[in-house]
Design a protein around this ligand. Structure first.
Ligand SMILES: NC(=O)C1=CN([C@@H]2O[C@H](COP(=O)(O)OP(=O)(O)OC[C@H]3O[C@@H](n4cnc5c(N)ncnc54)[C@H](O)[C@@H]3O)[C@@H](O)[C@H]2O)C=CC1
Ligand SMILES: O=C([O-])CC(=O)C(=O)O
Length: 338
């Protein structure tokens, strides 16, 4: 459904900012919308002019979040849905579904320690997606992403709705961190920085490719190693600073909003939209892998290769494969056993 907004004030403002001449209606759902990530993500999606309908779903507390966000004078209409019996309504007609539902880490835990609770949550939500909006792009935030994405794929395969172009593990926060840390060390303007981050989303499976970072800074090897380690441990740095009160929420909401915006731009036909994401892949021998992907009208248009790697990055790539392979296998096994 397309609505020409060219003559309205909102339409002119969109045109000035380089959006297409006709802005399509787009429905976005956030599942887990009352949580630490869900609330600021709901706010940021409410501010996105590409969204026309915003569905906020959680098992509790969504009416308040939805009422609050709905007063903001931006384009989208907001509706809150609470409890499983309202999940279908939240999902019907969705173009993009963002999933930050599930428990976060406490100090001392790995992301894999969340598997037992979050695997079941993600499986249930993906079954509903298969039923109510099988064509939506799914942005998976719930951890462990290295396993929850394969779980989602298996659920969709069983339902007969799997389209590998439409399932994404959100690894944007790794890119956001790599950019911030690199800009600080290289003393360059953070707004100009680009750094691909590949692999997965846990510990050593997060592999930032600082050899490809721009603007070039020729940092010494020990700085590159320290930046790599800080990017890999970025989530843990926040978990420890929050001291039992959860993990990254505000920076994650920012990253999730950037990735969802890229998905919407791709759907709307904006050319050359490229972001890193954990997707079905043939870039390595592993069935899922994060790398740069080009987004288009059907989701992933092209999974881009890794480009030239330094010796240090080649070693990092080989070291991450066993862990990533095992996390992917764990997700696939869970989905097929439960
Ligand atoms: N991909 C990434 O880069 C990142 C992922 N995360 C992950 O995101 C997830 C959420 O983190 P937070 O928002 O901090 O947790 P939170 O506990 O603050 O919020 C989670 C929300 O999910 C809801 N929820 C639980 N079961 C649900 C279900 N079946 N359906 C719908 N909603 C449900 C809860 O009611 C709660 O409101 C965690 O698994 C965390 O590890 C966190 C940061 C970064
Ligand atoms: O570290 C965590 O548990 C949350 C997360 O994925 C991140 O912040 O990258």
């Amino acid at each position: 459904m397309f609505r020409s907004v060219a003559r309205s004030a909102a339409g002119k403002s969109l045109l000035r900012r380089g959006y297409a001449t006709a802005v399509p209606e787009r429905k976005v759902a956030v599942l887990g919308a009352a949580g630490g990530i869900g609330q600021p993500l709901a706010l940021l999606m409410k501010l996105n002019p590409l969204v026309s309908q915003l569905a906020l779903y959680d098992i509790a507390n969504t009416p308040g979040v939805a009422a609050d966000v709905s007063h903001i004078n931006s384009r989208s209409e907001v509706a809150g849905y609470v409890g499983e019996e309202q999940l279908g309504k939240a999902l019907e007609g969705c173009d993009v579904v963002i999933i930050p539902a599930g428990v976060p880490r406490k100090p001392g835990m790995t992301r894999d320690d969340l598997f037992n609770i979050n695997a079941g949550i993600v499986k249930g939500l993906c079954s509903a997606i298969a039923k109510y909006c099988p064509n939506a792009l799914v942005n998976m935030i719930s951890n462990p992403v290295n396993s929850t994405v394969p779980i989602a794929a298996e659920v969709f395969k069983k339902a007969g709705t799997y389209d590998e172009r439409k399932l994404f593990g959100v690894t944007t926060l790794d890119v956001v961190r790599a950019k911030t840390f690199y800009a600080g060390k290289a003393k360059v303007n953070v707004a100009d920085v680009n750094v691909p981050v590949v692999g997965g989303h846990a510990g050593i499976t997060i592999l930032p490719l600082f050899s490809q970072a721009t603007p070039k800074a020729n940092l010494p090897e020990e700085d590159i190693k320290a930046l790599t380690k800080r990017t890999q441990d970025g989530g843990t740095e926040v978990v420890e600073a929050k001291a039992g009160k959860g993990s990254a929420t505000l920076s994650m909401a920012y990253a999730g909003a950037i990735f969802a915006d890229a998905c919407l731009k791709g759907l709307n036909g904006v050319p050359d939209v490229v972001e890193c994401s954990f997707v079905q892949s043939t870039v390595t021998e592993l069935p899922f892998f994060a790398s740069k992907v080009r987004l288009g009208k059907n989701g992933v248009e092209e999974v881009l290769g890794l480009g030239p790697l330094s010796e240090y990055e080649k070693e990092g790539l080989e070291s991450l494969k066993p862990e990533l392979k095992s996390s992917i296998g764990k997700g696939i096994k869970f989905a097929n056993q439960n």
